[in-house]
Ligand binder design. Structure first.
Ligand SMILES: NC(=O)c1ccc[n+]([C@@H]2O[C@H](COP(=O)([O-])OP(=O)(O)OC[C@H]3O[C@@H](n4cnc5c(N)ncnc54)[C@H](OP(=O)(O)O)[C@@H]3O)[C@@H](O)[C@H]2O)c1
Length: 271
């Protein structure tokens, strides 16, 4: 199986690293089209893959084409790719670009859209996936294997739901970092060193997430288990409730979802 990556940036690098590490592909079966020549040299050196700075005849051999350029570049990139492609499965990781627009730009119907997130860079990503009707069961399995190289996957019945995935897990790492920033600020104010607070904050996130993943209990129960009546956690949660922090987070995710829809409309009109 020959896999072509279009764009050799962060997300492509994470996927290539995952595929090669897990021996799901050999370096000789991976080609990367990356506009930046210095990056091409770096990708060749690091992974031993074939690279090119522009689409060419080699792309006709690709069974899968992974689109990993910025959303705003996608219309032009697809127009340049189109003459060089045979009939590959297309897997796009670009935020906001709808499969119907990719189909129109490429003249192809077997398109899977994925929304990964940045923990993919350390093999701990989670991706939402949606497919156009022409995508076969074998195509789905292939797309899933590629994304599973950098984490877990969740299939969606409707592509529209990718806007919610974008809002929740795509942007989600930023919400977690925001919360960690707040813990860091509190730690500093309470007299801990930056190093101490960073370890305490990050390990609390890692540990609580691992506990939530491993426990059969709902997260609300896990929360109740650390909240004794009249205790420290209860004091903190009362303040969060008073300030309607949960409602504010929910509203923030709605705002991200609306923005994902707007970006899809904007990018789709670009060609
Ligand atoms: N990073 C994430 O966590 C994440 C999460 C979810 C989805 N995504 C999606 O993944 C896609 C890639 O994101 P990224 O973070 O990997 O971006 P990135 O690091 O900027 O990678 C894109 C790469 O494509 C190159 N490029 C630009 N125009 C090109 C062209 N015409 N032909 C070939 N290569 C071209 C860019 O080169 P230059 O830098 O020289 O322009 C850059 O090296 C985006 O659509 C994004 O929405 C990313």
């Amino acid at each position: 199986m020959n896999i072509a990556f279009i764009g050799g940036g962060n997300m492509a690098t994470a996927l290539i690293g995952g595929l090669l590490d897990q021996q799901l592909a050999l370096p000789a079966d991976v080609q990367v089209v990356e506009i930046d020549g210095a990056r091409c040299v770096e990708l060749q050196r690091r992974f031993g893959v074939q690279t090119a700075t522009a689409p060419g005849a080699a792309l006709a051999a690709a069974d899968v084409v992974v689109l990993a350029v910025k959303p705003q570049q996608m219309g032009d990139v697809c127009a340049a790719l189109r003459p060089h492609l045979a009939q590959p499965l297309v897997l796009s990781v670009a935020a906001g670009i709808r499969a119907v627009d990719l189909a129109r730009w490429l003249g192809l119907e077997r398109i899977v859209r994925a929304m990964p997130n940045t923990p993919a860079l350390v093999g701990k990503g989670v991706s939402g996936l949606a497919a156009l009707p022409a995508v076969t069961a074998a195509d789905r399995a292939l797309a899933e294997r590629i994304l599973q190289a950098v984490g877990r996957v969740v299939w969606l019945a409707q592509e529209q739901q990718l806007d919610a995935v974008t809002a929740l897990s795509g942007s989600g790492p930023a919400y977690v970092f925001y919360f960690i920033e707040a813990l860091l600020e509190a730690g500093r104010e309470l007299g801990l060193t930056a190093e101490q607070t960073l370890t305490l904050a990050i390990e609390t996130f890692v540990g609580a997430a691992a506990l939530a993943a491993a426990s059969p209990e709902p997260v609300a129960t896990l929360r109740a288990q650390v909240t004794s009546k009249g205790g420290t956690t209860a004091a903190a949660l009362a303040r969060l409730e008073k300030d309607e922090v949960k409602q504010s987070i929910v509203a923030a995710i709605h705002a991200a979802c609306v923005r994902a829809q707007e970006l899809g409309d904007e990018f789709g009109r670009s060609k």
